[in-house]
Unconditional design. Sequence first.
Lengths: 246, 427
Amino acid sequence: MTETLMPGGGVARRPLHFIVMADCSGSMKGEKMQALNYALRSMLPHLVDWERDQLQAQLLIRILAFASSPHWYVGEPVPVADLSAHWRNLEYVPMGRTNMGPAFRAVAEVLSPDRLERRALRPAILLVTDGLPTDPPGGFESGLAALTEIAAGRSALRLAVAIGRDANSEPLDKFRSPEVPVLVADGTDEIADRLVTASIAVSRMSEIGVNRGALAEQLNLAEPTRRSQPDVVASPGATGSFEDIL
Amino acid sequence: MTTVPIGGPPAGGHADPVGRTPEWLVLTGSERGASHVAVKSPNQDAVATERAGANGVVAAVADGHGHPRHLRSARGSRLAVKIGCQAAQEFADRIEQNSAFIAQREPAATAGGQADEIAAAAEDFLVPSIVRRWREAVLAEVKADPFTPAEQEQRHTGDDEVIAYGSTLLLGIALRGWLILAQIGDGDVVGVSPQGGSVQPVPDDPLLDGLVTTSLCGADPRSDFRIAVVDTADQPLMAVLLATDGYGNAQVVEQWPDAFSQDLAWMLRERDLQWLASQLPAWAARCASSDGSADDTTVALIVSAAATVLRASATPAKGAVDGSEETTIPALPRTDTIPAHVPVQPDLVEPVTMRHLAHRPAPEPVILERTVARPAGREPETTELVIHEPDTTDLVSREPTTNEIPKPSQGEGGPERHADTDGSGGR
């Protein structure tokens, strides 16, 4: 048998960066924070299973806790199995506000072209919040613009879970990817279900060759509070570029 | 369209172009991605090689888009490499018929202008020809084989027929001392200098952010093509890799072209062509596996005959490397490796792809450690060292009934090695 020498330093699966933006503002005190921690812990094994069963991606997760300012709770991308094995609960920030703009900028920074691997799959961002943004005027919009101005942020699968129907706000509609609805948890007991749904969306919609439009439709059907959704799958850009699914 | 000529006039000017013209050969490998195997979709990549001009070669690789919208992209990529090679052959003929380019190469002071002229000619003839013929071929195929109702459901409302066939194309023409490179869409073109430096001659496209790609099926594919012309008399290159993005997306090292070039230069120094030919299918298989990008992966390596040694040792190449579901038998060892004095074969056969019964994971290869010097004594017993160049490169052309590489024989002048004077290109 001919030996094989592989030039170039070796191969590996493509990284899929999954960033959880967790609202740790003061309003999350008590039952909500407990439920969010439980939900995150419950979500991780699903992602571990998916990562094991699929062929394409190495799932790397970060967690950004945000309140008046953002804080990387898990700053370096870690394999999801490692995080699942060493989970530590998030804590709310007393008197903390819900400033999303700086949090978007923090995410944009780690997804910038000089930070993100060229071969990375399009990332996924999950925003979990119980309230409206409390940014100063223009702060939310400028922060979101910073995220969507970079290619990875713009193309990322952006999911939002609203804890409480009041949190399903226009700002979350601006944040989310057009093809997926805001997932609403009416009570703390539904947070885990919504995060599992979100994790399924993250995993399945990141798979190569998948029909994202059909998956998004399934997600819409499963989410009774959905808003009207445009058909945005793989439209060519003005310059004639096409979605680079393998 | 972006066009960049590479290499200005050499310090010493051009020597006799005929005497210095290197010969080129092409090795290929292609493998269906593990993710495609899982969902029973075909290898949407394609590869083709042909002779170009009197003794040049052309290699083409293409990556059909994977989105369901591009439901016939495997056919689109096959058309792309076929048409790309045909257009390249005609372009090579034009170049060779132009005495200003070949017979009377200009002196050093204006040699850079020749690269400009060839690049302009590629822009004016090669690219429009490919774009037009590919579109015509697609439309003819749709007319002959209309979309089925099921396919119609996959198409988007208002889509041009060609969108179903969407594909990239990377084309490399090695002609005399020129390397003419054209690319639309993602993928990588990496030149390897004799010292192991890498150069990526084709200009970057800011549209290619890793998430979207330009395409032959785009609105203005002519303007999306990028062209580079390398004068190897000025910028010696011992090899050029054309790879679909399944290769680069599998590489751990972010600056993998540098690492690849360093390793390949070592391989070309220390191993023989027969061995190298057996490696490319394994490289493709490794990248296409679930340990890599899981994407279809296709590579074509254009190698200067002066950079390696065709050895008389006769262990047949194991083209069907274990673990590779598809193995492309290198096409050029039986065709375009033939020096000019060997009679031309009129009809070339496309690389032969053998399909194994079941997909298996690619074997774990040895990863080269670039930081450690590689003394010749480290060679494994299974591979003989190249300790000197053979006296001849008189090849025997044969049909690919086996993977055996044609063997050199005695009596002809040996291949010319590039002068070891080039600085690495760097990215």
